[in-house]
Design a protein around this ligand. Sequence first.
Ligand code: AMP
Length: 115
Amino acid sequence: MADSIFLKIINRELPAEIVYEDEHCVAIKDVAPKAPIHLLIIPRKVIPRLSDAQPKDLKLLGHMMLTAGEVARRIGVEDAFRLIVNNGSEAGQTVFHLHLHLLAGKSFSESELGF
Ligand code: AMP
């Protein structure tokens, strides 16, 4: 299977604005932001969809959540951000390499679930 666009970014084969990285994941700026701050938190390990994750991925999934909090703190939005995972094309997933969308810098209405 061809490498996902995110794997190419992680391997530095494609450019991206990397705002954070550690041994398990990378955070980049979304190329088509849906909010003033729109980051993607991407595990180095390729898991196509959240629903493909396995019990062995438990630590990695937890690490992604902690990374979201850490990145939010670093950029000063720890009091107001939204995390979204699109799982499957019907749910709007376009890149089949698991990622968290971290959105901030605007107010989200209680009823609005999408971006
Ligand atoms: P999803 O639709 O949940 O799979 O999200 C994929 C996201 O990746 C979209 O918000 C795109 O704007 C973003 N995206 C696609 N290609 C790139 C890229 N080369 N660099 C940064 N973000 C990208």
